[in-house]
Design a binder for this molecule. Sequence first.
Ligand code: WQD
Length: 335
Amino acid sequence: MKILINGGAGYIGSHTTVELYNAGHTPIIVDNFSNSERWIIDRIEQITDKRPAVYEGDCTDTNFMNEVFTKEKDIEGVIHFTAFKAVGESVEKPIPYYKNNINSLLTVLEVMQNYNVQNIVFSSSATVYGEPDTNPLTEISPRKEAINPYGNTKLIAEDILKDLATSGANIKTIPLRYFNPIGAHESHLIGELPSGVPSNLVPYITQTAAGLRDELTIFGDDYNTPDGTCLRDFIHVVDLAKAHIATLEYLDKQTAPFFDVFNVGTGNGTSVMELINTFEKVNNVKVKYVIGPRRTGDVESCWADTKKINDTMNWKSEKSISEAMKDSWKWQKTL
Ligand code: WQD
C-alpha cells in the first residue's frame, strides 16, 4: 500500500517508515521538520536502501496537502503522527497545541475525503485514561478529563474521528493509544531526538549517563507501588512501529465507516527505578540520580491490557526492556 506518513521524520514516524518498507509498503513522508531533522531521511535510506518521497510542509495547510494528494495519486492510507508533544509546554502555550494538533488532523481528514482515501491511523496516547481506577487498562476503561492541553488534544482528536465515522463518512479510522515508547532502531541510525532538556525519562537517563546532564531526578519514591516509584508500560519503539503496519492492514480489510481504538503496550508495568537499574546493568554504566518530589500531573501506575490488539491484529510486543535500554544507549552514543 502507498501510505502517507505525516510526521514521518519524527521518533515514532521514522521507525514506522522503516517498518512499512520492511512489510513491502511504500511510505511517503510529510514533515515540516519543526521538531525533527532532515538527515533522518538519509538514515532511513541507509537502513532500508530505499528513499521515501518527502514533502516538506505543514499538515495544517490545505493547499499544500491537496498538492501532496494530487501528486501522489494513489495514496491508500494515512498515518497521522503530526503533533506537538511536550506536556509542560502545552500548559504554557495552549493555542499552538490546539492549533497544530487539531487543525492538522481536520485538514488531513478533509483532504482525505476529497480524494476518497479511507484509512487513517492516528497517534493517540494512554494519557486519555488519566489516573487509572485500576490496571491494566482496557480500551473500555473510562477516559478521564485531561489535565493538560496536550492530553486534551488527544481526547478531542479521538472524538473527531469517532464523530466522523458515526456521521457515515467514507472513513475507516483507528486511534492507537500508545503507552511509553522507548528504545531505538537496532542499527542505531535512528532514535529519539529530544529538543532541549528532555522531559521524558529515557532520554534523561541516557543524557545523564553520557555526561550531558549532571543528574537524573526521580520524581517521587513514595507512591503506593512495590519500590515507591511510578509504574509505566514501556514499549520498544520498533514494536510500536510494527503495530502501525498491523493496524493499517487490518483497517484495509474493514468496511467504511469504521472506528475502533486499541492500546499499544507490552502489558507489563515496570517501575522507574527498575528501568534505571536495567539501564545500568545491561550497559554496565552508572546513572547518577537523586530522589526528588513528585512531578505535578504524574499518574502513579499505568499499564496496558493488550488482549484486544493481540487477538484482533495478531500483533504483540516482542522486544524486552533490556533490549530497549541497550538500543537507547547505543543511539545516545552516536549523538
Ligand atoms: C515516565 C516516568 C516520571 C523524567 C508522557 C506523556 C504521555 C506520552 C509520553 C508523549 C514518570 C518519571 C521522568 C525524569 C522521572 N506523551 N520521570 N524523572 O509522563 O508517563 O508520559 O510521555 O508524547 O502522554 O504524559 O512519561 O517519560 O515523562 O515519565 O522520574 O526526569 O518517569 O515521573 O513516572 P509519562 P515520562
